[in-house]
Design a protein around this ligand. Structure first.
Ligand SMILES: Nc1ncnc2c1ncn2[C@@H]1O[C@H](COP(=O)(O)OP(=O)(O)OP(=O)(O)O)[C@@H](O)[C@H]1O
Length: 258
């Protein structure tokens, strides 16, 4: 298999406090890597460091064969801005709160990346955007503005916007946590379709139903590290490491109390 992404000893501190403390992660082509773990473990910070929304302090990230940051002895080096921007475009992020442009139509939202970031002609971008909206079942809403859409529909548009960047990898940060339970399924179903199509994804989620339905690998995060990793069947089943089983029991206890 081909790793799309390799992360070694990634570190990030805020105000002298280490939030990421040596994260190691390898994601293969076609893998759906789900990051789970307690609140504050650093899961979102890992995603934000991967596409340089936050700047890591140390470690190595290799994406699509390109070294984006590296460490040589005590010297930590980050690639030039242009290279990071190009990498970010091929590793778009889908956010919990959608982050759509409210003053642009659905179609314009999806065209934005191909036009502005990739410099594609408008007509080509329009055709691509329409195809991606169709893929997530939102073509019929192309001329609507985001405020007319449900949360599930907004998230599907956000996914189409990520697809429009011809991504090598999509990062999902809690994609269903801002949705009413009834709307979670439509987003879950789109993500499952993408996984069947072989798209590589990293998904941070507390939604264990989503994780169980799409994960190929599960990475358990605790205290700024990935404490355990493995195939989803193993990590979510009776063979899970103890720390992971304790977490899963706590999560299902919470769900049982709701
Ligand atoms: N910009 C920031 N400045 C200071 N501290 C931050 C910043 N971003 C995150 N943190 C801290 O880093 C820690 C990890 O945050 P992060 O959001 O990555 O955790 P998480 O595992 O995704 O948590 P959750 O599951 O609750 O979203 C938290 O203690 C958080 O308060």
């Amino acid at each position: 298999m081909n790793p799309v992404l390799t992360v070694r000893q990634l570190g990030k501190s805020y105000g002298g406090r280490a939030v990421l403390d040596g994260v190691d992660l390898v994601v293969e082509e076609g893998e759906i890597a789900c990051l789970i773990g307690p609140s504050g473990a650093g899961k979102s910070t890992i995603l934000r460091c991967l596409n340089f929304l936050e700047t890591p302090d140390r470690g190595e990230i290799t994406f699509g064969g390109e070294r984006l940051c590296s460490e040589d002895g005590n010297l930590f080096q980050i690639s030039p801005r242009r290279q990071l921007q190009a990498a970010r475009a091929r590793m778009p992020m889908v956010f919990q709160h959608f982050n759509l442009f409210s003053h642009r139509t659905v179609l314009e939202n999806v065209m934005e990346g191909p036009c502005v970031v990739q410099g594609r002609p408008r007509e080509e971008a329009r055709m691509m955007a329409s195809a991606h909206l169709d893929r997530v079942g939102m073509l019929g809403f192309a001329q609507h503005y985001p405020d007319r859409l449900s949360g599930g529909q907004k998230q599907r548009v956000a996914i189409a916007r990520a697809l429009a960047m011809s991504p090598a990898l999509i990062l999902f940060d809690e994609p269903t946590s801002a949705l009413d339970p009834a709307l979670v399924r439509e987003v879950e179903s789109v993500m499952r379709d993408l996984s069947r199509d072989g798209l590589t994804m990293i998904v941070v989620s507390h939604d264990m139903r989503l994780v169980r339905s799409i994960a190929s690998t599960v990475h358990f995060c605790a205290e700024g590290r990935i404490a355990a990793s493995g195939p989803a069947g193993q990590m979510l089943g009776s063979q899970a490491p103890l720390s992971m089983r304790v977490f899963l029991e706590a999560v299902s206890d919470l769900a049982g109390q709701e």
